[in-house]
Design a protein around this ligand. Structure first.
Ligand code: FES
Ligand SMILES: [Fe+2]
Length: 383
């Protein structure tokens, strides 16, 4: 028996759907920001876009992390620039120099007596967003009353593969992919157990749907493969001078799980040799951005970007526009995934497209069904 694909073509190519998701779904969505180590000093900040909502997380003088909406309460200019930095002792808007403390309170308004005699500064602090930390991973949510425990609790008791701050784990370079597909096409591909043995025949080579299992944990999903189902290809670079492989000790201790999908846009993929965390960001109905952070084990090189098909040294962006070889000849499964997602998006854009059936099974396409269910439930709550 098969199940019905619940989302129609419009959900992947339509502007109306896109606006609904980036405003209504992401208004209450937990998005990955960084690790606690990204915020060492008071004033250290990171920015993120949670769908349509620009946010920032900043460390205040007491060492406390706060999430705020990244816009000035006067006329709306964004206050935190770039991806990360240090804002200093206070947050000064460059437009008319309204000044906020690191706690978000509005402290100073130039020419207040002349220009704003009645203004009540206590009502115009930065808009608060929510913040949560799990295993040193920092998440933010535009909704000031969002409940982090409610969101994360379903995965708390699951086996967790790596301690990111362990002595034998090092952070490697970050990667940015620009992918020509709707953000859900990429997510659905990442939680699709049906394609592994076919699209990735030359790279992952499986497992087939009967050898892997997706488990639901709230709106999240965790993928495990049974022993003979896993075939991790060893990156050449992780061998030491004696030819032996460096694995991460905490991974040896706890096993390495497979894929953790934290609804709606975070993917964590541990292997015995490292861990990657991907934020899937909606850009337009037809394009997405993947922001990827990597942590690697003892022997692996920290910067392998030049080996990634489509990497542009000047911009630092990875894109199919720069491919010089057929994706299926690259030996890189991520390139195979990007290739297929872009092909799917081109097909979805046909006005003649109608959604086909989804294969049944926790090792096949059930997770896509669960994802649609969570997405639709959250959107309907907003209606
Ligand atoms: S917009 Fe920030 S001070 Fe005017
Ligand atoms: Fe894949």
């Amino acid at each position: 028996m098969t199940s019905i694909h619940r989302l129609g073509r419009d959900a992947y190519v339509g502007q109306h759907w896109f606006l609904r998701e980036t405003t209504e779904l992401f208004r209450h969505a937990w998005c990955f920001v960084g690790t606690t180590r990204d915020f060492k000093e008071p004033g250290d900040y990171k920015t993120l876009d949670a769908g349509a909502f620009p946010l920032a997380v900043v460390r205040n003088r007491d060492g406390v992390l706060r999430a705020v909406h990244n816009f000035c309460r006067h006329r709306g200019a964004t206050l935190f620039d770039g991806e990360a930095g240090n804002i200093g002792k206070s947050i000064v808007c460059p437009y008319h120099r309204w000044t906020y403390g690191l706690d978000g309170e509005l402290r100073g308004v130039p020419d207040k007596e002349t220009c704003f005699p009645d203004l009540d500064r206590s009502k115009l602090g930065l808009r608060t967003a929510s913040l949560g930390v799990f295993k040193e991973l920092v998440f933010a949510n535009p909704d000031p009353s969002a409940d982090f425990d409610d969101w994360i609790t379903p995965v708390v008791d699951q086996a967790w593969p790596h301690d990111l701050f362990a002595a034998d784990v090092r952070e490697a370079c970050s990667l940015t992919y620009e992918v020509k597909c709707n953000w859900k096409v990429f997510v659905e591909n990442a939680i699709d157990g049906y394609h592994l043995a076919y699209l990735h025949e030359q790279t992952l080579g499986g497992p087939s749907p009967d050898k892997n299992i997706w488990k639901q944990a709230g709106d999240h999903m965790i993928w495990y493969a049974n022993e003979d189902g896993v075939r991790h290809r060893l990156p050449k670079k992780i061998r030491d001078e004696n030819g032996s492989v460096g694995t991460i000790k905490s991974a040896e201790r706890t096993g390495y799980g497979g894929v953790y999908f934290l609804f709606p846009q975070t993917l964590i993929v541990p292997t015995p040799y490292g861990l990657s965390l991907t934020s899937v960001k909606p850009m337009t109905p037809n394009t997405s951005r993947l922001a990827i952070r990597h942590w690697v084990g003892p022997w692996q090189a920290l910067d392998e970007r030049k080996h990634i098909p489509g990497y542009d040294r000047k911009t630092g962006i990875i894109s199919s526009d720069n491919w010089t070889q057929h994706p299926l000849e690259t030996g890189d499964f991520q390139t195979e995934d990007v290739w297929i997602c872009e092909k799917v998006q081109r097909g979805l854009n046909s006005p003649a497209f109608e959604a086909g059936p989804l294969s049944r099974g926790v090792g096949a396409e059930d997770p896509i069904n669960w994802f649609h269910h969570s997405l639709l439930t959250k959107l309907q709550k907003q209606d």
